[in-house]
Design a protein around this ligand. Structure first.
Ligand SMILES: *[C@@H]1O[C@H](CO)[C@@H](O)[C@H](O)[C@H]1NC(C)=O
Ligand SMILES: *[C@@H]1O[C@H](CO)[C@@H](O)[C@H](O)[C@H]1NC(C)=O
Ligand SMILES: *[C@@H]1O[C@H](CO)[C@@H](O)[C@H](O)[C@H]1NC(C)=O
Ligand SMILES: *[C@@H]1O[C@H](CO)[C@@H](O)[C@H](O)[C@H]1NC(C)=O
Ligand SMILES: *[C@@H]1O[C@H](CO)[C@@H](O)[C@H](O)[C@H]1NC(C)=O
Ligand SMILES: *[C@@H]1O[C@H](CO)[C@@H](O)[C@H](O)[C@H]1NC(C)=O
Length: 479
């Protein structure tokens, strides 16, 4: 074995040892930087390194774990009725205000007191309330509300939200109201008296495994702030599994994002007029299944409002089921790897005629042979006039018309002048920005040929003498 080989073996051995160490000791939640520090310090002292890994967990415990565990506020110990028969408003409001006024441990963001992971525990109960669980004070974080059902009573203040993360008294010196609040494993029943959850000007809020129903306004409304993460949840105005007799009358919006940098992942929206409405920037949707209200009945799966500047929304791996996507004046929008069923389509709606930086690629569309285009333009407010970097390509259709910004054709010709019409494929009228063609002449002829005209998406090619030929053309509206 040469020196290099020996070094290689040693390297592999060290790498494997590191791997095993990470694997075995991952449970101790050794932070990566601590890990590398340990590894570095003990590089030439294998025994010391090993010993350091056997340090008791307390060595790594944060100061918080060293003090008392985070408080848990059980609603039943506040006298709430977990059977949902009598009104529990006062108990829930008190538990929430106690939690917000509970022990704190330093700060998260500036001015956000760290409640240390306090939990409001529903213990699987079903609680009736007649006014919102509105957060009383601003500037709190690291709190969990979990594990049960909250329902609006018949006298619930209509138009408000069951859980409202907007302070009843605003603190103007705070940049954000709340940070790192987790709403988890909740069934929220708005009883047709308003919305489910409202999050105002907050940071890093998780809504996880929630079932939100019977809302009339929004299932979830996010206003300002950023990073509200909505995941693994189910929302519907009516509890149904499709083909509902009342579908025409579905109203409300399941998720309304009026802010930036939020994510909706692995969410099903089973009834609402609009599944997800977005009017902020840099939001991302993934794994969302919308069958909220069929387009034919006036529903929309995902609606991206006209941007104030940029849309910057990514929609990936979603399932639009009889309901489509509407995008107003897209500016940086990416839609890919999604499935559109039941003649569902993507509609680009002109407001000021802008479409810049649009990728609609690698999607599948399935319809019922009614001649519906998979991507459409809504020119009610005028045509698109600023079109740049729009790529609609590599989608496939089954029983629908394929529209794209890139069209490829091969035609057999015999003569000296050929007009090839791309209007059945190209999305934008009268726009070919790039064009390539190849003429393959039969026999031994060497005809001269020339591109004469591309206006109105019609490509005119002529040759000096009549030829029998194949012409291959790619026309592109994109760049
Ligand atoms: C408002 O927030 C500041 C921290 O930024 C805090 O010092 C002050 O006590 C808060 N005011 C109220 C009324 O909570
Ligand atoms: C709401 O109704 C409940 C009974 O369902 C009752 O206990 C409660 O007092 C009512 N609240 C208001 C504000 O009317
Ligand atoms: C609540 O208000 C909405 C509109 O604001 C209305 O459609 C709904 O019927 C009201 N719900 C009840 C129970 O009054
Ligand atoms: C839908 O609403 C209309 C008008 O409010 C009503 O006449 C109709 O019966 C409703 N349809 C269903 C199926 O609920
Ligand atoms: C091409 O056109 C010429 C003249 O019209 C005709 O004689 C010839 O048969 C055509 N060739 C084919 C393959 O159709
Ligand atoms: C190109 O074709 C259009 C009709 O599609 C015509 O109006 C225009 O004059 C043509 N341009 C040239 C240079 O021939």
């Amino acid at each position: 074995m040469d020196a290099a080989g020996g070094a290689m073996v040693l390297f592999v051995a060290v790498a494997m040892a590191s791997f095993i160490i990470i694997h075995v000791y991952g449970d101790t939640l050794l932070a990566m930087d601590q890990y590398f520090l340990v590894q570095h310090d003990t590089h030439h002292q294998p025994k010391a390194f090993k010993a350091s890994l056997y340090r008791p967990n307390s060595m790594f415990a944060s100061p918080m774990q060293a003090t008392s565990p985070p408080p848990v506020y059980h609603l039943t110990s506040y006298g709430a009725d977990p059977t949902g028969k009598t009104d529990s408003t006062e108990a829930l409001v008190k538990a929430l205000s106690d939690a917000l006024d509970g022990p704190t441990n330093g700060f998260l963001m500036e001015g956000i007191l760290n409640l240390g992971g306090a939990k409001i525990e529903l213990d699987g109960g079903n609680y009736l309330i007649s006014r919102p669980l509105q957060f009383s004070v601003a500037g709190r974080g690291n709190l969990v509300i979990q594990g049960g059902t909250i329902k609006s009573s018949d006298n619930f203040s209509n138009g408000t939200y069951l859980i409202d993360l907007s302070p009843s008294s605003v603190n103007n010196s705070l940049k954000y109201n709340y940070e790192f609040v987790t709403l988890r494993d909740l069934l929220l029943d708005s009883n047709f008296r308003g919305g489910g959850i409202r999050v105002v000007n907050s940071l890093r809020i998780s809504i996880d495994n929630c079932y939100i129903t019977h809302f009339t306004t929004n299932g979830i409304l996010v206003q300002g702030g950023h990073e509200t993460y909505i995941r693994n949840s189910f929302l519907g105005q009516h509890i149904t599994a499709g083909g509902d007799a009342g579908e025409r009358n579905f109203s409300g919006t399941a998720i309304n994002l009026m802010g930036n940098d939020n994510a909706v992942t692995d969410v099903v929206i089973f009834s609402a007029e609009i599944g997800i409405m977005i009017s902020g920037e840099a939001n991302t949707l993934s794994g969302v299944h919308c069958y909220n209200k069929a387009t034919g009945y006036g529903g929309t799966g995902i609606y991206l409002k006209v941007p104030s500047g940029l849309t910057q929304t990514r929609i990936v791996n979603c399932y639009l089921d009889y309901t489509g996507i509407v995008v107003e004046d897209p500016v940086q929008v990416h839609i890919s790897s999604s499935f559109f069923l039941g003649d569902a389509y993507i509609r680009l709606k002109s407001v000021k005629g802008v479409a810049i930086g649009v990728n609609i690629v690698d999607n599948m569309f399935s319809g019922s042979n009614k001649g519906v285009n998979n991507v459409q333009l809504d020119k009610e407010n005028g045509a698109f006039t600023k079109i740049d970097q729009v790529v609609i390509d590599r989608n496939n259709v089954n029983g629908m018309n394929l529209k794209a910004t890139v069209a490829r054709r091969s035609v057999q010709v015999n003569g000296s002048s050929w007009l090839v019409d791309f209007n059945s494929v190209l999305l934008f009228p009268n726009l070919i920005k790039q064009l390539h063609y190849t003429l393959e002449a039969n026999g031994n002829s060497f005809p001269k040929h020339v591109l004469r005209n591309v206006s109105n998406n019609q490509v005119l090619i002529e040759s000096d003498v009549p030829v029998e030929a194949n012409i291959y053309i790619t026309s592109d509206q994109g760049s």
